[in-house]
Design a protein around this ligand. Structure first.
Ligand code: NAI
Length: 465
């Protein structure tokens, strides 16, 4: 008889959420995790610690730039970097401890170590082989390598996001390779701490794939905050000494290779599925051309009894997408109906202001020949945003079907955008029209009124612009 109904490999947001749902559905569940704490990359060295640093440095920015205006006089606080990192670690610790508590509460076994699948139904951890009816691979992702660039986090000169969260000191000059989510969030942290931050990006816009209006405003706002950008430039290599680095890049438009000096280089050029050591070759699990585990609509691989979710399969590498898949695959294994609506997965960049998007972009819909209507409302017309110094440059944009008024997507750049986007997500889940949002009473004064105004802008027009 199998020891377990389900063994999940990886305790990140995909794996641990799946384990809890499996246990709730009455399945005997274990999770294999080698890290000393639960929560995976997101909780230990990703989403959560970066949010702690973003909050701390946002507070510093407020004190330096906005306190005096509000009548809060006195010297702005100085930075105790060691203490700030301790605060960050405490935030992480509270959350990893919370998951351990949930594992105990739900009677989930934590098998400590790396898991290797020996065959369908057999997972080896250390010297022990465990038997299980089902296996869920939730092993996440690792930073992808950039040719000519060697990341050495322990040396603190050329680092990835993990190293950037734990630098020994705040660098004078930082070069960030890649204007994606990681580059802009962590670039913001160091710019606020006083580093001279230059972001080198291959594409011509920040956050490739995002709404073009947002890309433009976002870059402008970040420039005002002190970040510099070199766009359309491909980094060719980094030469590092013990204390400094030189970043070589080639402008896409042609011309000579250029060199930038830096005290720290953050490589933020994307991530790739982490599948090493899982034994996928041995058991014959099929992969996609892009190195992801191939799954069907129910997260099943080609090998019966083996499933995969999160960053190791296709789709956006986002914690909440992995969580949704984790819950859904648990339902499938328990004989129920698991479902994820991939059309309504929000994406958020936690800078100040925040940027949040959901659904299709205007450009993509037009490319597909769809007739769309857009409603845009600037936060300059929102009283609450003005009160927190975050009105400038921000807006809500809602994209609807020109004939039916059904909401197809939205982009927000402004205060609390990452929370406000969920109003649009719920609207999209229910197939709502912009008019449905416009007819819904929104409390005053809130940032969310800007969402309603953008919805009004899809019809007869907003009130405050
Ligand atoms: P990304 O894919 O978002 O951005 C990488 C950027 O690097 C791209 O803009 C690309 O054009 C650029 N690039 C690649 N090679 C280059 C070169 N040689 N020279 C110059 N530019 C180059 O990847 P990122 O920021 O590393 O994030 C990895 C993953 O983690 C993403 O899937 C992201 O969604 C996820 N993530 C999500 C967060 C959130 O939801 N807030 C936070 C952090 C990460």
């Amino acid at each position: 008889m199998s020891q377990y109904d389900v063994i999940i490999i990886g305790a990140g947001p995909g794996g641990y959420v799946s384990a809890i749902r499996c246990a709730q559905l009455g399945l005997k569940t274990a999770v294999v995790e080698a890290r000393e704490t639960l929560g995976g990359t997101c909780l230990n060295v990703g989403c959560i610690p970066s949010k702690a640093l973003l909050h701390a440095t946002h507070s510093l920015h407020e004190a330096q730039h906005n306190f005096a205006d509000m009548g809060l006089k006195g010297k702005a606080p100085s930075v105790d970097w060691k203490q700030m990192k301790e605060y960050k670690s405490n935030v992480v610790g509270q959350n990893t401890g919370g998951i351990e508590f949930l594992f105990k509460k739900n009677k989930i076994d934590w098998l400590k170590g790396y898991g290797t699948i020996e065959a369908a139904g057999k997972v080896k951890v250390g010297d022990t082989t465990y038997e299980t009816k089902n296996i869920v691979i939730a092993s996440g992702s690792v930073p992808s390598a950039l040719p000519g660039v060697e990341v050495e986090n322990d040396k603190g000169i050329v680092v990835d996001s993990t190293g950037a969260l734990d630098l020994p000191k705040v660098p004078k000059k930082m070069v960030v390779i890649g204007a994606g989510v990681i580059g802009l969030e962590l670039g913001s942290v160091y710019a606020r701490l006083g580093s001279e931050v230059t972001v080198v990006e291959y594409m011509d816009a920040v956050c490739p794939g995002m709404d073009a209006d947002v890309q433009r405003s976002f870059k402008r706002i970040l420039e005002k905050q002190g970040l510099s950008f070199i766009m359309g430039a491909a980094v060719q290599g980094v030469e590092a000494t013990k204390t400094k680095a030189k970043v070589k890049y080639q402008p896409k438009a042609g011309g000579d290779e250029e060199v930038l000096d830096a005290d720290v280089v953050l490589v933020a050029t994307g991530r790739k599925p982490f599948v090493e050591g899982l034994g996928l070759d041995t058991v014959g699990v099929k992969m996609t051309e892009r190195g992801q585990i191939a799954t069907d609509a129910h997260w099943a691989t080609n090998v019966p009894g083996i499933y995969a979710i999160g960053d190791v399969i296709e789709g956006p590498m986002l914690a909440h997408k992995a969580e949704d898949e984790g819950m859904a695959v648990a339902e499938v294994i328990a004989g129920k109906h698991g479902h994820v609506n991939y059309g309504v997965i929000p994406g958020v960049v936690y800078t100040t202001p925040e940027v949040a998007t959901v659904g299709a972009t205007e450009a993509d819909l037009k490319k597909d020949g769809r007739k769309v209507k857009t409603g845009k409302f600037m936060f300059m017309g929102n009283a609450r945003a003005k009160a927190v110094h975050q009105a400038e440059g921000g807006f809500v944009k809602i994209i609807t079907d020109a004939e039916t008024d059904r909401v197809l997507g939205a982009a927000i750049i402004g205060p609390a955008a990452g929370d406000m986007i969920h109003e649009i997500c719920v609207a999209m889940e229910f197939g709502a029209s912009a008019q449905d949002i416009a007819l819904t009473c929104h409390a005053h004064p809130t940032y969310s009124e800007a969402v309603r105004e953008a919805a009004l802008a899809c019809g007869d027009g907003p009130i405050h612009s």
